[in-house]
Write a protein that binds this ligand. Structure first.
Ligand code: NAP
Ligand code: X1H
Length: 344
């Protein structure tokens, strides 16, 4: 089989990785061998390739956080939930490969390998758990979602709407504005054509009760400046800094504690792996909402990207470039293999 391997620590994904041949691994106790159909692209793939996730990890190491495919082989004592051919989605390092070993506790049986199920596991769960545990959402509250049309933003918008909130979402194009309207966002802001700060000052003078913030930098500052009294700012990510330097410290951040104090506002960090105990419950809720037609799971397979649809393992590099071009609508997904039936 072929797989991506990080051979040099770098936040430049193309420089960090190469595609290597390897033996198809055998599943051990409590493990599944999964033949990947689709893998999910995450902005943090470049944090992982830079060695930021696990500073003890030295190259060569495998990469890719999530995928969906069929069980190809079973290790011992995996239980009755799984059989060969069973469609599963999973969160497991090393997903950028044709086959991957997945411990059953990191796998979720899904009705099919349809790529729309893939965004629920990481992007959907991030929005679901963070809003539930830290957002303290209640009806009528005002919620700002940044990168609202992206992989995780789309779920934050829909879950905040489902909780009866008024949702404002930022994005960078009119096409994204239309998408945001279609998923119920009350006030999409195209930050390229409108001044986000001016819109918030004019239309939300009392500030935002909750901010789901994924961008960092100036967008983070703006979010702090527009927190309501007792507002909660959920730090979900800071994508604007992943390609270069890092951290929340910076000259303009000096007054952050004062701003929080003056409003009795809180800033809350969220990292999905710290919330494993809430994971299964949230995933069940999202799958249920999706099956009932109450949740849109927008995926972007790169049809509008330079070079077209992301097909084949090598296309993952283009998919990461596309993510950092900021043009995606919904979760970016690359197709790694055809269904078994297509090979007949
Ligand atoms: P994504 O939202 O699908 O794509 C990134 C989007 O961010 C772009 O479409 C772009 O949309 C926006 N963006 C803003 N500034 C950008 C920049 N400088 N470069 C590129 N894009 C920029 O990506 P994702 O993987 O789902 O990640 C979104 C955020 O969620 C990231 O901050 C990530 O770290 C975070 N996340 C956190 C956790 C956690 O456990 N804390 C888990 C998963 C994801 P517009 O500019 O049009 O808005
Ligand atoms: C144990 O907690 C963590 C948390 C974050 C360990 C590693 C990280 C990490 O690498 C991340 C990360 C993970 C997910 C995500 O969506 C965004 C980010 S940002 C980030 C990080 C980047 C550079 C650093 O120097 C430290 C952390």
């Amino acid at each position: 089989m072929r797989k991506f391997v990080v051979t040099k620590l770098s936040a430049n994904f193309r420089e960090a990785v190469c595609v290597r041949s390897a033996r198809v691994p055998s599943p051990g106790d409590g493990e599944l061998l999964v033949r990947n159909r689709f893998v999910g692209i995450n902005s943090s793939d470049i944090n992982y390739s830079a060695g930021r996730y696990d500073t003890s990890l030295q190259p060569p190491f495998d990469i890719g956080f999530e995928g969906i495919g069929e069980v190809a082989d079973l290790g011992s004592s995996v239980g009755a939930n799984y059989c060969v051919g069973q469609p599963v989605a999973y969160n497991q390092a090393g997903a950028f490969a044709e086959y991957v070993i997945v411990p059953t506790k990191k796998a979720t049986p899904v009705p099919s390998t349809k790529p729309q199920f893939l965004p629920l596991l990481l992007s959907g769960a991030t929005a679901c758990i963070s809003l539930q545990e830290l957002g303290e959402l209640s009806e009528g509250q005002k919620v700002l979602v940044t990168a609202a049309a992206g992989g995780t933003g789309q779920f934050a918008v829909q879950l905040a709407k489902a909780a009866g909130c008024h949702v404002v979402g930022t994005c960078s194009s009119e096409e994204k504005v239309r998408f945001l309207k279609s998923i119920g966002c009350d006030r999409p802001i195209n930050y390229k054509s409108e001044d986000t700060g001016a819109v918030l000052r004019r239309e939300y003078p009392e500030g935002m009760d909750v901010v789901y913030e994924s961008v960092g930098g100036d967008m983070f500052q703006l979010a702090v400046n527009h927190l309501a009294v007792k507002g909660r700012l959920l730090v979900i990510g800071l994508i604007s800094s992943y390609q270069s330097s890092f951290g929340l410290a910076g000259p303009s951040e000096g007054s952050l504690p004062l701003k929080l104090l003056q409003r009795s506002a809180s800033l809350r960090g969220f990292f999905l792996p710290h919330y494993n105990s809430q994971y299964q419950g949230c995933l069940r809720r999202l799958l249920d909402m999706y099956e009932k037609g109450e949740l849109v799971c927008q995926i972007d397979q790169g049809d509008q990207a330079p070079g077209g649809r992301f097909v084949g393992l090598e296309s993952i590099c283009r998919a990461v470039d596309y993510l950092y071009s900021g043009k995606n609508i919904g979760k970016i997904v690359a197709e790694v293999s055809q269904p078994d039936s297509a090979k007949l």
